[in-house]
Design a protein around this ligand. Structure first.
Ligand SMILES: *Cc1c(COP(=O)(O)O)cnc(C)c1O
Length: 376
């Protein structure tokens, strides 16, 4: 059954929630038994629709979520999402009341942040972030004294402590050594905290690549984002390859087909010139829909065949060469990401083609693309 949240007349995303369930199971198989699956649904669930995704995950038993901002957390709560919701990013202490009321868990990004949250006078559930080398959020790993002081603040209900790895996706020797140092620093900090007599809360380290390349770590949670959506960030191999099933396909209708003569040009800047008489299909999807403008030079699938993108991608349109695909006409369906017949355009290829990673490609897909959910 297909649930329509819009139409399939211009540009749309088909999202197969059953494959989401398969991915959860595949990833869970890699995790130690006691490790809880924390589904990272920030940025509209990497473009897949945060509420639809989280509600489905709730239904199949996932009870821990992560978002980036307070608003994302409140939105999920207002839409009835159950379980833990951890905010990975910074929230101003002035919003402690909402954190408390909506039963959201806030990341303490450094000691000052923890103290400010405590001063507001509302009991707030928190996870403490420890910086072990990424130098983004987190209190420095070497300041276990400062971290320990957070345990004395009466309005902070410390339920977790975590760090984030910054080169877990790399298999370069130097990067592996760096990652191992990060992990070691983190565990040393935990031991220091225990030595000071504070009870150790739940512990987590890994995101998708942390699990794929360091599956041996024994944590209480794994924060899984990109892998949940069935794609790798990029095409390179990982230590523990698993079969991920992409859950999203992006499609568009052909608006019109026109013929141009050899020597004529296409699109802004005239940087494509036809080397032969060419049949051009215009697709009503462009960079305002979230396609990278620099994926010009890539290809789409129509009637199970590859059609190269020609000329610059526009805000609302792009053009493809369909000279070699005989039956293409107005309303034919083009696939920008996903399967069409025997051919497939994987998000990893499209991202690589545009010089980025799938995380960025998917999370930037705009709300102008209708999401259609397949859930039974
Ligand atoms: C986004 C994010 C994740 C999820 O990362 P993936 O690589 O998509 O699995 C995990 N932890 C933190 C702190 C994040 O910001």
């Amino acid at each position: 059954m297909i649930t329509h949240y819009g139409s399939m007349e211009r540009a749309w995303a088909e999202i197969d929630l059953h494959k989401l369930e398969e991915n959860v199971k595949t990833i869970q198989n890699l995790l130690p038994k006691k490790c809880k699956f924390m589904a990272v649904v920030k940025a509209n669930a990497y473009g897949h629709g945060d509420v639809e995704t989280a509600a489905f995950l709730n239904k199949i038993g996932v009870e821990a979520f992560a978002v980036a901002t307070l608003e994302e957390g409140i939105h999920l709560r207002k839409c009835g999402i159950q379980g833990e919701i951890l905010i990975l990013g910074y929230t101003h202490a002035g919003r402690a009341r909402e954190l408390s009321q909506e039963e959201l868990i806030q990341t303490v990004v450094d000691r000052e942040h923890g103290e400010a949250l405590n001063k507001m006078g509302f009991p707030v559930k928190v996870h403490i972030k420890v910086d072990t080398g990424m130098h983004r959020l987190g209190e420095s790993y070497w300041d276990s004294k400062g971290i320990g002081k957070l345990f004395l603040l009466k309005n902070l209900m410390i339920q977790g402590i975590y760090t984030h790895l910054c080169v877990a996706d790399s298999k370069e020797e130097e990067d592996v050594a760096f990652t191992k140092r990060q992990i070691q620093h983190f565990y040393e900090t935990l031991r220091e905290i225990e030595k000071k007599g504070y009870p150790l809360p739940l512990v987590h380290i890994q995101s998708s690549y942390g699990v794929l390349n360091y599956p041996e770590l024994q944590c209480d949670y794994a924060r899984i984002g990109i892998a949940l959506y069935g794609v790798y960030s990029k095409e390179e191999e990982v230590k523990t390859p698993i079969e991920l099933k992409p859950i999203m396909a992006i499609r568009s209708r052909v608006a019109l087909v026109r013929k141009i003569k050899k020597g004529e040009s296409v699109s802004y800047g005239r940087n494509f010139t036809a080397k032969r008489d060419t049949k051009v299909a215009v697709l009503p999807i462009g960079y305002a829909d979230g396609l990278p403008r620099n994926m010009s030079g890539g290809q789409v699938l129509i009637d199970g065949k590859k059609a190269p993108i020609i000329g610059r991608i526009c805000m609302d349109q792009l053009m493809v060469d369909v000279t070699d695909i005989p039956d293409v006409q107005k309303d034919s369906v083009a696939t920008l990401i996903g399967k069409d017949g025997k051919e497939e355009r994987r998000a990893e290829e499209v991202a690589a083609n545009a010089g980025t990673i799938t995380n960025e490609l998917l999370s930037r897909l705009s709300t102008r693309i209708h999401r259609i959910y397949v859930d039974s």
